[in-house]
Design a binder for this molecule. Sequence first.
Ligand code: SF4
Ligand code: SF4
Length: 206
Amino acid sequence: MFKCQMCGVCCRASHIAVLAHEKLILMRLAKTLGINVKFSYDYTIYDRYSDQQIVLTYYIVLENGSCPFLKGNVCSIHNLYKPLICRSFPYVPKKVEYLYNTDLKIIKHRSIYAISTACTFIRKFKSEIERQIVSENDIKSFLPDEYLAATKMEILRTKYLTALSYLWRANYVSLDFTYKGRTHVIDAYSFIRRYLPYFVIDYRVY
Ligand code: SF4
Ligand code: SF4
């Protein structure tokens, strides 16, 4: 079974992508802990009605090549809130495709996962892993916690897209997937909750 070496290499890899509500949690934690953290936009969808870019996912901006929450080789927020992507590492999305149908007003996604060879443990045992891990069930047995975190992340991505599809069909929004121009920006969590206040993500569950 996978055994994390606590080397912190994954906290120095690029692209630490977090969902919209995770960005809000991390901002709150950073403020409490006095850590300076910045985010860049990853996947955004433009709403013509409100003239806003809705940000579904963000990247944590690395500071001198490391995640700002990394202290030595230890994650300073490990017991407070560790992002799903960090919990799923080294089982991470190789590609996330967002698919939409403008007639039916539906947005879906397809995530393709892979075991990252950026991980120290995976690199060390690469040939054995390649020989032994061939099916999804093998991945579940080899990386049970990481697989679970990845599953939670995809459930939440679906939850966001289902809510946005609902708003689109109910004509609260008019989504445009091609316009990336300069405009106002809002995180998807706050945006959805303006219309659907019961849209809540309990981070203790996820
Ligand atoms: S949040 Fe923690 S685990 Fe995730 S990249 Fe930053 S330091 Fe590493
Ligand atoms: S690179 Fe792999 S072994 Fe090192 S801390 Fe990250 S998950 Fe653990």
